[in-house]
Design a protein around this ligand. Structure first.
Ligand code: MN
Length: 277
């Protein structure tokens, strides 16, 4: 059995299937870990989502910010003019697809492989069990009948610092932002959610989250996507997988069941019209 972790698909169905072919993915025995942002921007979000849902138990997929935004649109909290997302809203299987997406976790940890999968990162001041416990707080709301209430309060960059005293929507918004949007953080634990460029372009006093001093998960192997300007990286025990397929870069898989992990990528020239954001 092979296990492949794959970065942000963003509706790039054709590239996804080419990458699976390149990996010689065998649905009878292999498994996929997807780093979230399955949809949005790309040309075939509906097909991507349908295909991933059809793989069902072969797939572990964590929630990304674009997935959460789609769920907020589905819940009627936000509207969209993105024709690719409108196709999901108009699909006959919209309910099934959206309910599947809403039940995805923010974090997945495999103790035997010793890898953890998240979309953006793990807040540096949390250890693994704290991260899992805080994710579970949000899972409980997302999986309840009151999930719409969360989407009404999901948007915003504040609070930008964690405190155990946070409660209510502020607490859940921070948990959501750290797992699904984080890039830069200060040593004292303040997030800078507006900075989106590569390391080096951030305001003074902020660092890539995985470089924060005393990070409590530095002994964990963490796989994440989200940061297309970071590209393929392996340092500090973290594996960055968003290689900007939607911007004309590559779509990347990391095989993680072998003693040493290795990258497999396909080039995505079809999207080269887009610009790097
Ligand atoms: Mn993202």
């Amino acid at each position: 059995m092979a296990i492949y972790a794959i970065g942000d698909l963003q509706g790039c169905y054709d590239d996804f299937r080419r990458l699976l072919d390149q990996c010689r993915f065998n649905p009878d025995k292999d498994r996929l870990w997807l780093a979230g942002d399955l949809i949005s921007r790309g040309p075939k979000s509906l097909q991507t989502l349908r295909y991933v849902v059809s793989l069902d138990k072969l797939v572990i997929s964590v929630l990304g910010n674009h997935d959460l935004h789609m769920l907020a649109v589905d819940a009627g909290i936000k509207s969209t003019r993105d024709p690719d997302l409108v196709k999901i809203l108009e699909a006959s299987d919209r309910r099934e697809l959206m309910d599947w997406l809403r039940h995805r976790p923010l974090i997945h940890h495999d103790a035997s492989l010793n890898y953890t999968l998240v979309h953006a990162g793990i807040y540096p001041h949390w250890n693994l069990s704290q991260a899992q416990a805080h994710a579970a707080e949000l899972h409980a709301v997302l999986r309840s009948d009151n999930y719409r209430d969360f989407f009404e309060h999901m948007y915003g960059d504040e609070p930008d610092c964690w405190s155990e005293d946070l409660h209510g929507w502020d607490r859940l918004r921070f948990i959501c932002n750290s797992f699904s949007r984080m890039r830069f953080c200060s040593h004292s634990g303040q997030l800078h959610l507006a900075a989106k460029g590569p390391p080096g372009t951030q305001p003074e006093g902020f660092h890539p989250w995985y470089m924060v001093r005393g990070r409590k998960t530095q002994n964990q192997k963490i796989i994440f996507g989200h940061w297309s300007t970071l590209g393929k990286q392996h340092a500090n025990n973290v594996y960055a997988l968003d290689t900007g397929c939607i911007w004309g870069g590559e779509l990347t898989a990391l095989r993680i069941d072998t003693p040493e992990p290795h990258y497999i990528s396909v080039d995505c020239p079809a999207h080269r019209e887009g610009k790097l954001e």
